[in-house]
Write a protein that binds this ligand. Structure first.
Ligand code: CP3
Length: 344
């Protein structure tokens, strides 16, 4: 039998001498070859919906660095668009969407069984990738978690405090719950189709989980993750799931067990040492070098990388950043990080 891929070993709970490594946003603007392909596609969304070019940018960091995993090139906001929201990106500012602030607007969204009409190019990208990736590289699919996607759908843009979504959930819980249920069902469908097209692992990005406190965290971060993971595991028991309830703090404790996730991706608000003690007992931990080191580099980048590897060396670990790499990062620093992880 062929040797199992390093990422899948980590997700199955295996401790490895050298942790496998990939990087959030590894296909992105810090790479000149990404900028060239993006220019060829036109804009960011055209790139997402062009399977050949989306597969090409997914492969670029694999060719350049030999990461252990490739992550599908797409965006968490394609689901709102597939449900009927308008979506566009303003250069230098970020995403814009038509807003959802009432039950009538939730009811006007498309039925979940219509999302694949919009999202089929994404499944085609996954198919191309599963044919083209090196045999040792794991293909990761993804979606945004319902709370994070809802924060963009309600506000129509990114917000520093997710205020509009908090307001809707507090003032019109029926409409907010209906929106969450809709996104949850769409996410199960979207991830199922990614898996059927060849995704070997899926990751749920809950980038704004940190703004949910107490019982709200249970209700809008933990429960939807559990619902999605339970549905996926019933259909595809062999497909591991990585959960990323970013900045959940103490909410990370027990999150993997409660949701059925095989791995917790950790951000920079907690230390790798704390994660080793409190999270790795339940399974794999992914993270958590601060993205700023990809900009600043130097000896500090090497020492921080080694500190994280040492802290998590006694359990299953996938090396990654605490959040996405930024456009001002230096591609040479990525190689320096990889060399520090692999001991070169
Ligand atoms: O990790 C990966 O490389 C996989 C692809 C991926 C992208 N976005 C590509 C992308 C993933 C997993 C995402 C997730 C995503 N998208 C999140 C959750 C994760 C996180 O980073 O917290 C969120 C909140 C979004 C929504 C979104 N898309 C934002 C806020 C932006 C930034 C806008 C900007 O101009 O900086 C995007 C655009 C985006 N998504 C880019 C990439 C590579 C930059 C696009 C470009 O201009 O080329």
């Amino acid at each position: 039998m062929a040797e199992q891929k390093t990422i899948l070993k980590a997700l199955a709970g295996e401790t490895q001498d050298i942790p496998p490594i990939w990087m959030m946003r590894q296909a992105g603007r810090y790479l000149p070859e990404y900028r060239a392909t993006r220019a060829q596609a036109g804009d960011f969304l055209s790139l997402c919906y062009n399977p050949e070019l989306a597969a090409e940018v997914t492969l670029q960091p694999i060719r350049r660095y030999g990461f252990d995993a490739a992550i599908l090139f797409a965006d968490i906001l394609l689901i709102p668009q597939a449900l009927g929201a308008d979506l566009w990106f303003v250069t230098g500012e970020g995403p814009r969407l038509s807003t959802i602030t009432s039950m009538d607007e939730v009811n006007a969204l498309k039925p979940v069984d219509e999302i694949d009409a919009t999202l089929s190019p994404i499944y085609e990208t996954v198919k191309i990738l599963s044919g083209e990736l090196p045999k040792e590289t794991t293909l990761i699919g993804f979606a945004g978690a319902p709370w994070t996607v809802a924060t963009y759908m309600v506000a129509g843009r990114g917000t520093p405090d997710q205020g509009p979504a908090h307001k809707l959930k507090d003032e019109n819980p029926e409409a907010f719950d209906a929106l969450m249920a809709k996104i949850t069902a769409a996410t199960i469908e979207y991830l199922s189709k990614q898996i059927e097209a060849g995704a070997e692992v899926v990751k749920l990005f809950d980038s704004w989980a940190g703004s949910l406190k107490g019982v709200d965290f249970q209700r809008y971060a933990l429960q939807p993750a559990r619902e999605i993971i339970t549905a996926l595991k019933a259909r595809y028991p062999h497909v591991p799931v990585i959960a990323f309830p970013r900045e959940a703090g103490a909410g990370y404790i027990g999150f993997a067990k409660a949701t059925g996730a095989d791995c917790l991706a950790i951000d920079n608000s907690i230390s790798a040492e704390w994660a080793a003690e409190n999270l790795q007992v339940d399974g794999c931990v992914q993270g958590n070098l601060a993205s700023k080191h990809m900009v600043t580099g130097g000896e500090k980048l090497t020492s921080e990388t080694k500190r994280i590897c040492a802290a998590l060396k006694n359990g299953p670990h996938i090396f990654n950043l605490g959040h996405g790499i930024t456009p001002d990062a230096d591609p040479d620093n990525v190689q320096r990080m990889i060399d520090a992880v692999r001991g070169n």
